[in-house]
Design a protein around this ligand. Structure first.
Ligand code: FVH
Length: 298
C-alpha cells in the first residue's frame, strides 16, 4: 500500500477486538505498524499481514521512534495505568493517543501523567464497532493537544473518514462518548421494550424493526429544535406539552403491565417527567426535561 507522506509510524498497544481493527487500518493505510498485546497470539494475524511484533509495551514505544504515534486501546483505565506507569521516561517527547473508554476525569489524569513525563496526549472516543473501522462513515473524536493533532491527524484519519479533533480539553472526547453511549442504550432499550410488547401479540422483532427505524428517524429530526431550546432555556410554545407526553406514558405503563412485559423502564421515564410537571413545567415542550437531568428541577 502506498504510504502518504503525512502518515507516521504507529505503535498499537492492546490488540483486543478493537485494537486489532485499529492496527489493521493503520497497516492498510501504509503506516509502519508495531503491535504489542499482553496475550501475544492476538497479534499473529497482524504480524502475518506485515506488522512488527514488539516483546513489551516499552519495546513498542521505542520501535516507532520519536516521530511515531503511540496508540492505546485497552479494557479500561486500570489497564491503561498498569501499562503506562512502568514506561516512565520512555514516553518523554512522545505523543500518546488513548482510545480506551472511560470518564473525562480519568482521561485528564492520563494527560497529567503524560505532561509530567514530557509527552503530549490526545484522548479519543471511537464512534464505530471494529468491523466499521477505516470506513468513510466511521469516526474517532479526538480531544487534547492541538500540536499533536496537527502532527498526527492524517494518521488518525486512517481509522475513519469522520475522525476529527473536537477541542483542547483532554476530557472532552470521553464526555462525547458518554453522551453517545447514553443515547445508544436509550434507543436500544426503547426498541427492545417495544419488541417485547409487539411480541406479546405474536409480531416478530423483524416486523417491528422498520417501524422502529422510522420512529427513530422522526425523533432524530427533532434534535435541532431541542438543542436550540436547551441552549436558550426556552421550552415555551410546544408541539406537544409535557402533560400530553405524561398521559401517553401512562398508556405505555398500563399496556406493559397488562401484557406481562417488564414495566420498570416506562415507569422510571414517567417518574422523571412527573417531577418536571410537579415543578410547574407541564405546559412546556418535552425539551424541559434537560432541567431535570441538570438537577434544576425536583
Ligand atoms: N469493541 C467495540 O465495539 C467498542 C467500540 C467503542 C470503544 N470500545 C472500547 O475499546 C476498548 C477495547 O475494547 P475491545 O472491544 O478491544 O476489548 P477486548 O477485546 O476485551 O480487549 C481488551 C484489551 O485490553 C487488554 N488488557 C486488559 N487488561 C490489561 C492489562 N492489565 N495489561 C495489558 N493489557 C490489558 C487485553 O489484553 P489480553 O486480555 O488480550 O491480554 C486486550 O488487548 C474498551 O475500552 C472499549 O470500551 C470498543
Amino acid at each position: 500500500e502506498h504510504q502518504s507522506p503525512d502518515v507516521t509510524p504507529v505503535a498499537v498497544i492492546g490488540l483486543g477486538l478493537m485494537g486489532q481493527a485499529l492496527a489493521g487500518a493503520f497497516l492498510g493505510g501504509g503506516a509502519p505498524t508495531t503491535v504489542w498485546n499482553r496475550t501475544a497470539s492476538k497479534g499473529d494475524a497482524l504480524v502475518a499481514a506485515g506488522a512488527r511484533r514488539a516483546g513489551s509495551a516499552r519495546e513498542a514505544v521505542e520501535a516507532v521512534g520519536p516521530d511515531g504515534l503511540v496508540v492505546l486501546c485497552l479494557t479500561d483505565y486500570d489497564a491503561v495505568r498498569e501499562v503506562l506507569e512502568p514506561l516512565g521516561g520512555v514516553l518523554a517527547g512522545r505523543v500518546l493517543v488513548n482510545l480506551t473508554s472511560g470518564t473525562s476525569a480519568a482521561a485528564r489524569e492520563v494527560a497529567e501523567l503524560m505532561a509530567r513525563t514530557g509527552g503530549a496526549y490526545l484522548d479519543g472516543a471511537i464512534m464505530a464497532t471494529p468491523d466499521g473501522i477505516g470506513a468513510d462513515d466511521a469516526a474517532v473524536l479526538v480531544s487534547g493537544d492541538p500540536a499533536a493533532w496537527d502532527r498526527y491527524g492524517a494518521t488518525l484519519r486512517l481509522l475513519g473518514g469522520g475522525t476529527a479533533r473536537i477541542g483542547a480539553d483532554h476530557g472532552l472526547a470521553a464526555l462525547y462518548e458518554m453522551g453517545v453511549l447514553g443515547l445508544m442504550w436509550g434507543v436500544l432499550n426503547g426498541f427492545l421494550h417495544g419488541a417485547a410488547l409487539l411480541g406479546a401479540a405474536g409480531v416478530s422483532a423483524e416486523a417491528f424493526a422498520p417501524v422502529a427505524r422510522h420512529g427513530i428517524g422522526t425523533v432524530a429530526g427533532w434534535l435541532t429544535d431541542y438543542a436550540r431550546r436547551v441552549d436558550a432555556g426556552d421550552h415555551a410554545s410546544p408541539d406537544a406539552t409535557l402533560e400530553t407526553h405524561l398521559a401517553t406514558m401512562d398508556h405505555l405503563v398500563h399496556e406493559s403491565e397488562a401484557l406481562g412485559v417488564d414495566a420498570e423502564l416506562p415507569r422510571f421515564v414517567r417518574e422523571l417527567a412527573r417531577r418536571a410537571a410537579a415543578a410547574g413545567h407541564g405546559g412546556d415542550e418535552y425539551s424541559v426535561m434537560a432541567d431535570v437531568f441538570r438537577g434544576r428541577v425536583g
